[in-house]
Ligand binder design. Structure first.
Ligand code: DON
Length: 320
């Protein structure tokens, strides 16, 4: 970073201006109290809905954060993007897409539906993420598989993530729909051989209950923006082609059933989760994270979407 400053080669030369804009957007959106917290997972319903954080990290490691950026929240569906990357790294694109499609589903993230080949529509919805979890199996033991995911988040963010056991327990106890999806996929012969359905579901719930902060999530988003290399540690976490596939599916499928509208208005790869978390990637430039638990009807963070709209108004980051 220092040599880039000295050489006048910063990814975002006026970073101070960007930081001031982020602070202004944050202050403006304090009064935005629309939406409601997810309540279908009991532990998520207990989260303070007023919490709000925005964080950015550039591909050369300039960072700015405002609000509750050190408060932990559960990844929920944001884990799906990284689960897909891990499945790709382990098996390659052809094998992964024998088990999961890559088209938007056009229906809700937990809809009981498969594509015409009896496969989940894409890795960014529940069925597809459960399928990717079944493919992440280094070492075979569930403990090793979970360690592998935790270590990956540590490499993506530069810090050790936490884990919300209560959220895991409450999700597992109320997960009839996800069990139904898994049995429906098994009926269709969608899983790899030797898949233990219950173990796979537990692994999926555990991945959703990994806790990070907005500050960490911005670094993970910047790692994706930087083609898979963490801008703070300089470590390569994923190959460029893995990141490319993941960003493509984040554009087409990352915002649930709002993905088409988001691609039209914002045009950036993004992934949201029902904890009110959102990560947005501006390729080659920076990662943005927003956390604000109140969700709209489609399950996206209300303030998070608004942060994106405002950033696109201020900066010409829409790539198309
Ligand atoms: O399986 C669930 O319903 C949650 N663990 C995650 C849902 C979520 O964030 C939205 N999914 N695409």
């Amino acid at each position: 970073l220092i040599s880039r400053v000295a050489g006048g080669r910063l990814a975002v030369p006026d970073f101070g201006g960007l930081a001031a804009d982020i602070d202004r957007i944050y202050a403006d959106l304090q009064s935005e109290t629309g939406g409601k917290v997810a309540d279908y997972i009991p532990q998520l319903a207990q989260v303070d809905p007023d919490q709000f954080a925005i964080s950015v990290c550039t591909v050369d490691g300039q960072r700015h954060t405002v609000g509750d950026a050190d408060e932990p929240f559960c990844l929920q569906s944001i884990s799906k993007a990284i689960g897909y990357c891990l499945a790709l790294e382990e098996h390659g694109v052809d094998k992964v897409h024998q088990h999961v499609g890559r088209e938007p589903s056009g229906v809700a993230f937990n809809a009981l539906t498969l594509n015409p080949r009896g496969r989940p529509h894409n890795p960014m919805i529940n069925a597809g993420a459960i399928m990717c979890c079944s493919l992440i199996r280094p070492g075979g033991l569930l403990a090793d598989r979970f360690d592998h995911v935790m270590r990956t988040w540590e490499r993506l963010t530069g810090r050790r993530p936490g884990y919300a056991n209560a959220t895991y327990l409450s999700e597992r106890a109320t997960a009839d729909r996800n069990f139904a999806l898994a049995y429906f996929m098994r009926e269709n012969g969608a899983f790899p051989r030797d898949t233990d359905i219950v173990e796979t579901l537990e692994f999926y719930f555990q991945c959703c209950s990994i806790e990070i902060t907005a500050q960490m999530l911005a670094v993970a988003a910047a790692t994706l923006a930087n083609g898979g290399v963490n801008p703070l540690t300089r470590e390569r976490v994923f190959s460029e082609v893995t990141v490319q596939h993941c960003l493509s599916l984040m554009v087409s499928c990352g915002m649930y059933d709002y993905s088409g509208e988001f691609a039209f208005t914002v045009g950036l790869p993004a992934k949201s989760g029902v904890a009110g978390d959102l990560m947005v990637v501006v390729p080659q430039l920076l990662g943005v994270s927003v956390w604000s638990p109140r969700l709209d009807e489609l399950g996206n963070t209300v303030r998070g979407i608004e942060v994106c709209n405002r950033l696109v108004e201020l900066y010409q980051v829409h790539p198309h």
